[in-house]
Write a protein that binds this ligand. Structure first.
Ligand SMILES: Cc1ncc(COP(=O)(O)O)c(C=O)c1O
Length: 352
């Protein structure tokens, strides 16, 4: 607390990201990063010439990357927005679209940044609880009106809605923006990009952080109607016109162009996920069906905090949320096969 802070800063409750430990020997399964390195093409473009060019400002529109993302989705560049990680895209979207007479709706168990942005931007919210199976029920978003933000698949549950259900939700909510946060969509869910043609109120946000192993580069993007993208550009250019540096633009483009590596990497993570689900289930964990690069698992005796702490002591880092409905669960990111074997071996020792 400080006399120099504004009233608003006094009231904020900042997002607390998962721990980024200094000890690299830890088995790090706590922040949903990809265990594999990015495409080798990323390294190839980050050469001396790219570094020399850093004296110049970058392209404020990330034009080449925007064109490539548009082409990949079968859209025009005017349907694409690019930001400094999807958190940046989300923040700008909250500013651009969510301060409305009606509150913004989102689930009780969801990405922890949404309530933080609401507080920062003075946006009223209405929490819509997930059903008992930890699923989003589109029927819960039909009776009232107002904007909506939903991750699909959801985090930290890992569960995804099929497109027919998203379509139902969109059909009932045409007046305000519906933002579908697809940070994890590449790990097995269907993308709402297919619904854009029919729904000008739909904004789909994705990231290079998870499926393309570039969490450290900070590149996120959105697909939407030209009017929504123009709204985002207005906010961006009122705040920071150069959200992506030159290295980020070049690296992201190189990663996007390596489709084979991308497919291979996702397939490996998904195979390891299925192995992990089977092994945890065999040991009495109740694991939610996941279409992401993490699983949410109820610990057999419900004592998730104790297991979290014991795992940390032996060098395995997972995520524990000390909050209602989640305190008996652990969220475990999918690592390499060796890392997941280590997790299971430690669990066997600890729960013996
Ligand atoms: C649901 C969801 N959305 C967005 C993000 C932010 O991703 P980034 O800012 O790295 O693109 C995350 C990160 O964990 C997430 O879980």
């Amino acid at each position: 607390m400080s006399q120099y802070w504004s009233d608003l800063v006094h009231t904020l409750q900042p997002y607390v990201p998962g721990e980024q430990p200094r000890h690299v020997e830890l088995t790090k399964l706590n922040t949903n990063e990809n265990p594999y390195p990015p495409s080798p093409r990323v390294r190839a473009v980050l050469d001396d010439a790219a570094v020399d060019a850093l004296r110049l400002y970058p392209d404020p529109d990330s034009g080449a990357l925007k064109a490539a993302l548009a082409a990949r989705a079968g859209l025009a560049p005017e349907n694409v927005f690019i930001g400094n990680g999807s958190d940046d895209v989300l923040a700008l979207a909250f500013m651009a679209f969510f301060k409305q007479p009606e509150p913004l709706r989102f689930p009780d168990l969801t990405y922890g940044f949404y309530p933080v942005y609401c507080k920062l931007f003075g946006i009223a919210s209405r929490i819509v609880p997930l059903n008992a199976a930890f699923e989003v029920d589109p029927a819960d978003y039909v009776a009232e009106s107002g904007p909506i933000v939903l991750p699909n698949p959801n985090a930290p549950t890992g569960r995804a809605l099929p497109l027919e259900q998203l379509e139902r939700l969109l059909a009932a909510n045409r007046e305000r923006v519906v933002l579908i946060d697809e940070a994890y969509v590449d790990f097995g869910a269907a993308s709402a990009v297919a619904l854009l043609a029919e729904h000008p109120q739909l904004l789909v946000v994705q990231t290079f952080s998870k499926s393309r192993s570039l969490a450290g580069l900070r590149v996120g993007f959105a697909y939407g109607s030209a009017e929504l993208i123009a709204g985002l550009e207005r906010v961006k250019d009122s705040f920071n016109s150069y959200p992506l540096d030159r290295l980020a633009q070049a690296g992201a483009l190189a990663a996007l162009e390596d489709e084979d590596y991308f497919r291979d990497c996702i397939a490996r993570v998904m195979a390891t996920r299925e192995w992990t689900v089977a092994e945890l289930t065999r040991r009495g964990f109740a694991v939610l069906p996941s279409q992401t690069n993490f699983v949410l698992a109820r610990v057999p005796n419900g004592r998730a905090r104790a297991l979290f702490e014991q795992l940390r002591e032996v060098g395995v880092l997972v995520r524990y949320f000390d909050r209602p409905r989640l305190h008996e669960h652990l969220r475990i990111s999918i690592g390499t096969d060796a890392e997941m074997r280590r997790l299971v071996e430690e669990i066997d020792r600890l729960l013996d």
